[in-house]
Write a protein that binds this ligand. Structure first.
Ligand code: TRP
Length: 331
């Protein structure tokens, strides 16, 4: 085993869901995809496409099917190895919604009323479906059906994992240690990058850099990144510049140190940094983009991969469901 590389612990399962709700962008890659792929070195990893969760907001069948393929192709193109990581579609595992119903009977309604996502939707006066209210229960079933120990998520999902723990403990309190209460795995070092307008990169702000846009379109987007209007000669503070913050995430440390020094010295315009960012992105994304397009072009192969993952996932979830059914006294 190489020095410094954590050992794979095959008994520990890390599981996370990806909602197919939009085209993946660089913020998703840095904040979620890259760290999750790295985890496959030290956990048994289960990553799934949360299409039932997307249904709380996306009511267009063709689009949900398309985005499901887009997400699967994205993860595979960026290096997910389906032999090592179990990749599946949530809706291929009927044990999940079945478990969700059972868990709902151990979930205080008030716990769901306090969930941030639900409270936010209500505060914004949005129409709240029962599905949205129930969201944390379905998410708990996703996690508990596979006896996952660690759930790598962003801060916004931490409360949902805590709700899952509470539900598991409430169930176990009645029937004994059947469910595995999970821990959220919030990776401290995870990078969040600003979007082209300086706010957090997010689909809802329309300020993203898409991961797999054609080179020209991506370059054009990079050149739209907001910069101040200081003249070329002026010394510049790289840490205050959005374009440099993004560049740093994709360049080697010595490369970014060099560019930072040249900016501080003055005589370098922002266009040079934008070009350097466009080049760095192209270097890293050209190959994944090619694989992505290949995967999307071969629908039967992608479907076969997902179906295969689904089959393995069902077999695993079936074991836990047998235990749960027996405990509660159904069938
Ligand atoms: N709720 C998560 C999100 O919006 C997606 C998700 C669904 C999930 N089920 C999960 C994450 C189970 C972790 C574990 O990002």
């Amino acid at each position: 085993m190489a020095a410094g590389r954590p050992t794979l612990n095959p008994d520990l399962i890390a599981l996370t869901g990806i909602k197919p709700s939009g085209e993946p962008h660089l913020g998703n890659y840095l904040g979620m995809i890259r760290p999750a792929l790295a985890l496959a070195g030290n956990y048994r990893t289960f990553y799934f496409i949360a299409d039932y969760h997307a249904l709380t907001t996306l009511h267009d069948g063709a689009e949900l099917r398309r985005l499901t393929r887009v997400i699967a192709a994205t993860w595979l193109a960026l290096g997910l190895d389906p032999e090592r990581t179990l990749l599946y579609r949530q809706s291929d595992v009927p044990q999940i919604p079945e478990l969700a119903w059972i868990l709902s009977c151990f979930t205080p309604k008030g716990l769901l009323d306090r969930a941030h996502a639900f409270k936010d939707a209500r505060a914004k006066n949005q129409e709240v479906s029962a599905g949205l209210h129930f969201y944390p229960v379905l998410m708990s079933a996703d996690i508990l059906a596979f006896r996952a120990h660690a759930v790598p998520v962003g801060r916004d999902q931490k409360q949902h994992v805590e709700i899952c723990r509470d539900i598991a403990l409430a169930f176990n309190h009645v029937y004994g240690d059947i469910l595995t209460p999970p821990e959220p795995l919030i990776q401290a070092a995870v990078q969040t990058i600003p979007g082209i307008d300086g706010r957090k990169m997010s689909k809802s702000y329309g300020n993203t850099l898409p991961l797999f846009a054609p080179p020209q379109a991506l370059r054009k987007r990079v050149f739209q990144i907001q910069t101040d209007s200081s003249p070329v000669e002026a010394p510049k503070d790289p840490d205050q510049a959005v374009v440099f913050q993004i560049y740093r995430c994709f360049a080697a440390p010595d490369e970014s140190a060099q560019l930072a020094a040249r900016l501080r010295a003055g005589g370098l315009g922002w266009a040079v940094v934008k070009q350097a960012l466009a080049d760095a992105l192209e270097r890293q994304l050209a190959e994944p983009r090619r694989r992505y397009q290949q995967l999307l072009a071969d629908e039967p192969e992608l479907d076969r991969l997902l179906a295969d993952g689904g089959e393995r996932a069902r077999a695993l979830a079936a074991g836990l469901l047998d235990e749960v059914r027996r405990a509660v006294g159904v069938r």
